[in-house]
Design a protein around this ligand. Structure first.
Ligand SMILES: Nc1ncnc2c1ncn2[C@@H]1O[C@H](COP(=O)(O)OP(=O)(O)OP(=O)(O)O)[C@@H](O)[C@H]1O
Ligand SMILES: [Mg+2]
Length: 415
């Protein structure tokens, strides 16, 4: 297409158009409505509503797996509450939002909140915990009467959770006399919730709201609303959205993942100068994103994690999965022997296997042993075998083993 500007031959000048408004597919785009979360939004609203009646909002805990709309739901309701506050004398509201990501102690979280409230400057440091908390109370006193503190990714704080106990009680304990304070915690780590100390649970949990994983139909509606704005009419073939939704539903039911897939598929079509987005683009997008996910995850694996993973991969190529710990351990021993590397005992290898399960590399299934008591585990590879082999082969330390596995997998028709 030559539009007369002389850029027709510039490689950036794509001849096809796919996106009407690409920004709608970006991570930070805020949807106006969340019909799939009506019930959860209503529960949030009911918990925040006391703030409009001159007392503190309930403390609230939102949990659910990644990409389930927790953050976007809280933002949505807080925006509405702020809008309400700006139109009435009844509510003087301050919202402090922070992600606890990387704030691994109460001390650091308090320092972070102080910086957030001040809006400028460096995080305070070099004082003891109680002084830090006192400094935080000083800052909080400078805010409006009703304070809502949102701590996203609250699980980063781990077991060092004093602040989560103290904050909701700040008024009761006389730290804040003229203010109403409440805390909203958000987490996708379900174990964190179970492991919180009873006193924190007691202090923090007026209500909790679970965000259950989206199913394929819900993901389809979410994608359809995005696609309508994001893509030019008619460029998406009929199978594209249902396929993106199905892939994401099979995995964790994450809306984030579904949206990323759709975006990537659109980009692939565009980069290939195709007029429409097809099913094959979605499949290619899935492979690319899956590969990226494995690569990122692998970077953080320890050597022993890697050997444990390699053992399961070896069983997978021999079509011997799901495999019990004992079987995986046999493979593991032969691998570390071949590499002349340090050998762990079976229990420790099992710990590594379970950690690989948490990180999304393996499916770790627990079976009750019935009459013998206790549980036993069965492991299989969760990530794509071909991509996993390919990425593992890039490590020169294990590349010979991986090359052998590729041969076996090829002979078995698995790659
Ligand atoms: N019901 C929905 N309608 C439209 N978009 C949604 C819906 N639910 C989630 N999204 C979108 O999916 C993406 C992920 O949502 P969000 O960030 O709220 O997930 P989360 O539950 O906070 O995940 P994490 O635990 O990883 O932080 C965002 O881009 C969000 O806008
Ligand atoms: Mg979130």
């Amino acid at each position: 297409m030559d539009d007369g500007t002389g850029i027709a031959n510039n490689p950036y000048g794509s001849t096809v158009e796919i996106f009407a408004d690409e920004s709608v597919l970006k991570e930070d785009w805020q949807p106006e409505e969340l019909p799939e979360r009506e019930d959860e939004l209503e529960e949030i609203r009911n918990s925040l509503a006391p703030a409009t009646r001159g007392v503190n909002a309930h403390n609230l805990f939102l949990y659910g797996k990644t990409g389930q709309g927790k953050t976007v739901a809280i933002d949505h309701e807080l925006d509405l509450l702020k809008e309400f506050a700006s139109g009435t004398e009844k509510l003087e509201l301050s919202v402090v939002k922070t992600s606890a990501n990387n704030q691994s102690t109460s001390y650091q979280l308090a320092a972070h909140l102080i910086k957030e409230i001040r809006g400028t400057g460096k995080k305070p440091s070099g004082i003891d915990q109680q002084s830090m908390f006192d400094l935080l109370y000083d800052e909080l006193r400078s805010l409006n009467e009703t304070i809502i503190i949102v701590v996203d990714e609250i699980d980063s704080i781990g077991s060092n959770d004093d602040l989560l106990y103290e904050l909701p009680r700040a008024r009761k304990n006389g730290h804040l006399e003229d203010h109403w304070i409440s805390v909203i915690g958000i987490s996708n780590d379900l174990e964190f919730r179970d492991n919180l100390s009873p006193k924190v649970k007691d202090s923090l949990y007026d209500s909790e709201i679970e965000f259950a994983p989206y199913n394929a139909n819900q993901l389809t509606s979410i994608l359809e609303r995005r696609a309508e704005r994001a893509f030019i009419d008619g460029v998406l073939t009929d199978d594209v959205i249902p396929l993106c939704a199905a892939f994401a539903a099979q995995d964790e039911g994450s809306a984030r993942q579904a949206i990323r897939l759709l975006y990537k598929a659109g980009e692939i079509a565009l980069n290939n100068e195709q007029e429409t987005v097809e099913e094959s683009h979605v499949r290619e997008a899935r492979d690319i994103l899956e590969r990226k996910r494995i690569e990122e995850g692998m970077r953080s694996l320890t050597t022993q994690d890697q050997f444990a993973l390699l053992s399961v991969v070896a069983l997978e190529t021999a079509e011997e999965t799901p495999a019990r710990t004992r079987q995986v351990y046999q493979k593991y021993k032969s691998i570390v022997t071949r590499l002349d590397s340090n050998q762990l005992v079976e229990r420790r290898v099992r710990d590594h296997l379970q950690s690989l399960g948490m990180q999304g590399f393996l499916i770790a299934e627990t079976r009750n042993r019935g009459i013998q008591g206790g549980n036993h585990y069965r492991f299989e590879l969760k990530t794509d075998l071909e991509a996993t082999l390919e990425i593992l082969s890039e490590d020169s330390r294990i590349d010979e083993i991986v090359a052998d596995l590729v041969d076996i997998a090829t002979a078995n028709g698995l790659v």
